[in-house]
Each structure stands twice: as C-alpha cells, then as structure tokens.
Design a protein around this ligand. Structure first.
Ligand code: NI
Length: 164
C-alpha cells in the first residue's frame, strides 16, 4: 500500500481490498526429468521420483483484488468465482495424475511451484471483475507456494515462462 503525496503535504492512502476463496483437490504426481539420468533423477527428486507417483491433498487459496462495486458491495460475484474454480481447477485436477492427465503440466515437473503457475495462467484470464492478486497452493499444511501479481514485472521469475 502506498501513500500518494498531494499539495500541502497531505497523504492519501490507497486501500487495497482483497477477497480470498479456498478450495481443495486431491491429485497424484511424480518428479522426473528426462534430461537427467535415472540416477540423477533419484538423487535430485528422491522419493518423489517413484514412477508410481504419490498423492497430496492440495489446498488452493485464490485472492482477487479490486474495488467493491458500489451497487453490490462485492469485488466480484463470488458464485461466479466458485464456478470458475470448480470448472478450471477442480474438474481439471481433482483425482488426476497430474503428469499424465493435465495437458498444461505435460512437459513440466509438477512441483507445487509449477502447479501454482499453471493455476495462475488458467485463472487470470477468467477473472473479469477485479484482478487476480495471489494464488497460494498448499501441498501440505506446512508447505505452500505463492504466485502474486507483479512477479513478471520485476523481470525475474515470470519472464518468458509463457513460452514454456
Ligand atoms: Ni509430492
């Protein structure tokens, strides 16, 4: 949040409003990079390289930022957000083997990081009121990844990844 100085030294503070919806899905994955030897895959990915995969109960928190509509008091229609999450994420990923059944992850190691990036790319164009502010994906209660708006603008993490 940044204050904006206007004449007379008065500081206007812009308040950011965010709303978050949480969903859960269960999915299986394995980590294997065909560029590595079998031994390297085992050394780098450990048990996650087990070819039969393993599952997680993922918890996804999706945050949308924006100004509440003066007529509805809402940043966006929460029913619509729920439908988008159901259609784009749950139906695509729940009870799936992510490596083989989710085309968006076909050529990526389906780490929590990459799953969160795919979720960001799926949701971002669907949010038409307000804007997608954060995707937080928990792989377990003590491990999560955040994708946040603006990551691409700083020239590091997001740069060029859409071509992947
Ligand atoms: Ni895992």
């Amino acid at each position: 949040m940044e204050g904006q100085e206007i004449s007379g030294g008065l500081i206007l503070t812009q308040i950011m409003v965010r709303i978050t919806r949480k969903i859960e899905f269960s999915a299986a994955h394995l980590y294997h990079n065909p560029k590595f030897s079998d031994e390297e895959n085992r050394r780098i990915f450990g048990k996650c390289n087990n070819p039969h995969g393993h599952g997680h109960n993922y918890v996804l928190e999706v945050t949308v930022a924006g100004d509440p509509d003066p007529n509805t008091g809402m940043i966006l229609d929460l029913k619509e957000l729920k439908d988008i999450l159901q259609r784009e994420i749950v139906e695509r990923m729940d009870h799936r083997f992510l490596n083989y059944e989710v085309p968006e992850l076909a050529n990526r190691i389906p780490t929590c990081e990459n799953i969160a990036l795919v979720i960001w790319d799926l949701l971002e164009p669907k949010i038409t009121r307000g804007h997608l502010d954060r995707v937080r994906l928990y792989e377990s209660p003590d491990l999560y990844v955040d994708c946040t708006a603006g990551a691409a603008a700083n020239g590091s993490a997001g740069k060029g990844r859409r071509s992947a």
